[in-house]
Design a protein around this ligand. Structure first.
Ligand code: CTP
Length: 394
């Protein structure tokens, strides 16, 4: 998996720094050689000695310590096959986004052309701060990968987004990046994501709990593997992958208009958007005022976009998602047939909004593959592997 690969593991100063020891150990167990570089702040949370013991290598903490040669450090860094910064603080993200090199880690990063992965971990407010978000966008635009932090209880006692992503997900991302294949080169893939919004009046709308995470992970994976990706997304609190063309829509009908612009030239469509099945019969201009009366909201069914595309498809491989609360496989199979799909990804509604997924892939030939619970990044990889096979069989 990581045999003969050199990973430079940057550790910065946050509570999650203790998790980096486990990351280093698992990278080594996957076959990698690991060179750890720590910021000064990181050494306040975990000692270099821990990493030295795990990696069997001196840890770089400064460019100017007595026993080291700054040029050797930089050339060693340049040899890295990949740089992983985990945990990545708001500070290191800001420095690298803006080209600042004022310590060993930021200098090495600036001197390297290796692919880079950042796993941010910090307090929710710091993470959501527009400055941090802008810096993360900058890193994405530079082509670096960001492993989104998880939501949960934080060391500071707050509850929210900012916990370091799971160690498994971090290791999987390193393995995938290092072994990246260009097996979608020359292909155009449309990916849809997020829950559509259907307006009630100028202020209010109906939507669903879809976070868009699955679609964004699929778009990111397809783009990494060389495809031209068009990500058409309902509003989501996520940063689009840097290598994908991005189109934002709100309603199911807007989604359809955008798909139609790209569909004829595409090789595949992955419909991971949670498209509202119903929309209000009429959208009221302005704001509906309250008047003490009981109100009825009249809803009409939206056209089934995938079904229509299934009727008209030519070369395109069509993939849908089946979101079910019961009889998962049976219902998914029905949708596969009704919508004339090439394969369908079945999942239970309990995964909505979560960072994990548990899927089954059902093929039009009748094959059913069930998978254990995995991160959405890993799930995206499996779906894209499946798509690559399908495109090969065409
Ligand atoms: N879909 C679509 N157009 C719609 C509704 C859904 O193209 N108006 C797509 C979804 O993006 C998904 C697939 O159809 O890829 C299945 O969606 P799902 O919500 O699971 O099922 P529905 O077909 O809407 O059927 P039901 O809600 O009755 O289960």
């Amino acid at each position: 998996m990581l045999e003969n690969k050199k990973v430079l593991l940057g550790v910065t100063g946050g509570i999650a720094a203790y998790k980096s020891a486990e990351i280093a150990r698992l990278l080594i167990r996957s076959g990698a050689t690991v060179q750890v570089v720590m910021t000064e702040a990181a050494t306040k949370f975990i000692t270099p000695f821990t990493f030295k013991a795990i990696t069997n290598k001196e840890v770089i903490t400064s460019l100017f310590d007595e026993n080291s040669d700054p040029i050797t450090h930089i050339s060693a860094a340049k040899k890295a096959d990949i740089i992983l910064i985990a945990p990545a603080t708001a500070n290191i993200i800001a420095k690298i986004a803006n080209g600042i090199a004022d310590d060993a880690l930021s200098t090495i990063v600036l001197a390297s052309s290796a692919p880079m992965i950042f796993a941010p971990a910090m307090n929710t407010q710091m993470y959501l701060n527009p400055e941090t978000q802008e810096n993360i966008s900058k890193l994405k635009r530079k082509g670096f990968e960001i492993i989104e932090p998880e939501t949960g209880e934080l060391a500071c006692g707050d509850e929210g987004i900012g916990r370091l992503a799971s160690i498994d997900e971090i290791i999987e991302s390193v393995i995938s990046e290092v072994n990246r294949k260009d097996d979608l080169k020359g292909k155009t893939i449309i990916v849809t994501a997020g829950g559509t919004r259907e307006p009630i009046d100028s202020l209010r709308y109906i939507t669903n709990r879809s976070s868009g995470k699955m679609g964004y992970a699929i778009a990111g994976e397809a783009a990494k593997r060389g495809a031209k990706v068009i990500l058409i997304s309902a509003p989501a609190n996520l940063i689009p992958p840097s290598r994908a063309e991005f189109v934002e829509i709100e309603t199911a009908s807007e989604l359809k208009v955008e798909i139609d612009k790209y569909f004829s030239e595409s090789d595949a469509l992955i419909m991971s958007a949670a498209i509202a099945d119903f929309s209000p019969v009429q959208k009221i201009e302005g704001k509906i005022k309250k008047d003490g009366k009981i109100r009825t909201l009249e809803l009409k069914e939206n056209p089934d976009i995938l079904k229509e595309l299934g009727r008209n498809k030519k070369q395109q491989i069509l993939t849908g998602f089946a979101l079910e609360d019961k009889n998962l496989i049976e219902n998914a199979k029905k949708k596969l047939e009704e919508k004339n799909l090439d394969f369908i990804v079945a999942n239970d509604i309990s995964v909505i909004g979560s960072d994990f997924n548990q899927i089954a892939i059902i093929d039009k030939n009748g094959d059913i593959k069930e998978f254990p619970e995995m991160s959405k990044t890993e799930t995206a990889r499996i779906i894209i592997d499946y798509l690559v096979d399908k495109l090969g069989d065409r």
